[in-house]
Design a protein around this ligand. Structure first.
Ligand SMILES: Cc1cc2nc3c(=O)[nH]c(=O)nc-3n(C[C@H](O)[C@H](O)[C@H](O)COP(=O)(O)OP(=O)(O)OC[C@H]3O[C@@H](n4cnc5c(N)ncnc54)[C@H](O)[C@@H]3O)c2cc1C
Length: 386
C-alpha cells in the first residue's frame, strides 16, 4: 500500500470536516478525508436549511446542541473562518393543548439541562413577535434566543480549512470503493486513487452511510428521504430578526433568507429513496400551508427554478448513530442525523474524536447513540423532527 493514515474519514461534508477538525485539534495529525465529488458540499450539507436549535425533546439532542451552538457563535475565533451564525431564535407555535403541553415538557427538560434563553410564550407574545400570523387558533408557543441559523457551506469549509492547517489532508474526486478488514479489525480502504492503510476509519458518508457500512459487512438502519426547500423573492414588511417560525399544526416552517424567505414542509407522503429532483407540485402544497398560517403570504413570489431538494439520512428513532461498530475494531459511525446534521456537526466531531482517542466522551454517554441500541431496544424518542 502506498498511502497510510492514522484516521481515514469517508465523506467531506460538514460532519466529516468537523470530525477532521476535532481530531487534529486534539493532536491527531495524519488524518485523511476522502470525498468522491470534485468539491465539498454536494451531498446534504449544501442542501440544508442551516437551522440550529437546542429546542429538542430528548436529552441527547439537547446536549449535542448545547455543545454545538456556542461553537457556531465563536466559530471565527476558534477556526478563523465565519459560520454566519444568526441568533434570530426558533419560535414554535402551538395550536392544540397537546402541542402546548409538549412544549412545556420540552422546556422543563431543556432548562434542567442548562439551556438558558428558552422561554414559554403566551398567545399574545407569539403574536407580538410575528404579527402577520393568523392567530385565531394559536394557544401559545416557545422561543429560544440562541437558536437560529448558520451557513452550512461556510461551516464545512471552515472546519476543513482549520483541520488542514493542523495537517489534515482532503482528497476530492476520490471515491471509497471498499473497506479492508484483517484479524485485528479495520486495515484500510480501497479507493479510486489506490489503497490507503489505516487502522481507524470514520463513516461520514451522509445519506450514503448504509452503502459505505456495507463495504465492511455492517448493516446500518439508515434510509435516504427527500426534503424540499422553497426560497421566495424579496418580501418586505416582516419583523427585523424574524426567527425560524414553526407552525406545529402542519409542520410548515420558514425563516428569513436574504431579502426573502426560505420555506420548508416535510411532506408525510414522501417515501424513502435517492430522489434528489425537486417536484414542482410541491410548491402548491407548501404555499397552501404558508398562506393558511400567514395570510399575507398570498403575495409571495416563488421561482420554481430556485427551489431544491436534498436528502435526510433517517434512522428508526430519528437520532444519530455515533461511535464504534460492534465487533469490528477501528470502524466508527457518524451517521443518520435525521435532519439535524448541520446543527449537531460540532458535537458529532467532538464525540467521534473523543471515542477514537479516549474510548469515551464527556459530552454524553456514547451508549445512548450507538448502533447496538436498535438491537437492544433502547430507541430514543425525538418527536421534534423538522
Ligand atoms: C432540505 C434539507 C434541509 C435540511 N435542513 C437542516 C437544518 O435546518 N439543520 C440541520 O442541522 N440539518 C439540516 N439538514 C440535514 C443536514 O443537511 C445533514 O444532516 C448534514 O448535512 C449531514 O452532513 P454529512 O456530512 O453527514 O453528509 P453530506 O453532506 O451528505 O456529506 C457526505 C459526503 O460523503 C460523500 N460520500 C458518500 N459516499 C462516499 C464514498 N463512497 N467515497 C467518498 N465519499 C463519499 C458524499 O459525496 C458527501 O459529500 C437538512 C437536509 C436537507 C436535505
Amino acid at each position: 500500500m502506498s498511502e497510510t493514515a492514522d484516521v481515514v474519514i469517508i465523506g467531506g461534508g460538514i460532519v466529516g470536516s468537523s470530525v477532521a477538525w476535532h481530531l487534529t485539534a486534539a493532536g491527531c495529525r495524519n488524518v485523511l478525508v476522502i470525498e468522491r465529488e470534485s468539491q465539498q458540499g454536494l451531498g446534504s450539507t449544501g442542501k440544508s436549511m442551516g437551522g440550529v436549535r437546542a429546542q429538542f425533546a430528548t436529552a441527547v439532542n439537547i446536549r449535542m446542541s448545547l455543545y454545538s451552538i456556542p461553537i457556531f457563535a465563536a466559530f471565527e475565533e476558534i477556526t478563523g473562518h465565519p459560520s454566519e451564525y444568526k441568533s434570530h431564535g426558533y419560535m414554535f407555535v402551538a395550536t392544540t393543548p397537546q402541542h402546548l403541553e409538549y412544549l412545556r415538557r420540552n422546556f422543563s427538560r431543556q432548562v434542567s439541562l442548562g439551556l438558558q434563553r428558552v422561554e414559554m410564550l403566551s398567545r399574545d407574545e407569539v403574536i407580538r413577535r410575528v404579527p402577520q400570523l393568523r392567530s385565531d387558533d394559536i394557544l401559545g408557543g416557545s422561543f429560544c434566543a440562541t437558536d437560529g441559523f448558520v451557513d452550512p457551506y461556510s461551516v464545512m469549509k471552515g472546519f476543513m480549512a482549520a483541520a488542514a492547517e493542523h495537517g489534515a489532508r482532503l482528497w476530492r474526486g476520490v471515491g471509497v470503493t471498499g473497506i479492508d478488514v484483517d484479524g485485528r479489525g479495520i486495515a484500510g480502504v480501497r479507493t479510486t486513487n489506490g489503497n490507503v492503510a489505516a487502522r481507524t476509519v470514520v463513516n461520514a458518508a451522509g445519506p450514503w452511510a448504509a452503502q459505505v457500512a456495507r463495504m465492511a459487512g455492517v448493516d446500518l438502519p439508515i434510509v435516504p428521504l427527500r426534503r424540499m426547500l422553497v426560497p421566495t423573492e424579496p418580501f418586505p414588511g416582516l419583523p427585523d430578526r424574524l426567527p425560524m417560525v414553526i407552525d406545529m399544526s402542519t409542520g410548515f416552517h420558514f425563516r428569513p433568507e436574504g431579502l426573502g424567505l426560505l420555506m420548508a414542509w416535510n411532506d408525510p407522503e414522501e417515501t424513502p429513496g435517492f430522489k434528489t429532483a425537486f417536484d414542482p407540485a410541491f410548491i402548491e402544497k407548501i404555499l397552501t400551508h404558508a398562506v393558511n398560517r400567514v395570510p399575507c403570504f398570498e403575495d409571495l413570489q416563488v421561482n420554481p427554478h430556485r427551489a431544491w431538494a436534498g436528502l435526510y439520512a433517517v434512522t428508526p428513532d430519528h437520532h444519530a448513530i455515533i461511535g464504534p461498530a460492534p465487533g469490528l475494531p477501528g470502524l466508527f459511525f457518524a451517521n443518520g442525523f435525521s435532519g439535524h446534521g448541520v446543527m449537531h456537526s460540532p458535537a458529532t466531531g467532538r464525540i467521534t474524536a473523543d471515542l477514537i482517542l479516549h474510548n469515551a466522551s464527556s459530552l454524553l454517554d456514547a451508549r445512548d447513540v450507538n448502533l447496538e441500541r436498535f438491537a437492544e431496544g433502547r430507541l430514543l424518542e425525538e418527536t421534534a423532527v423538522l
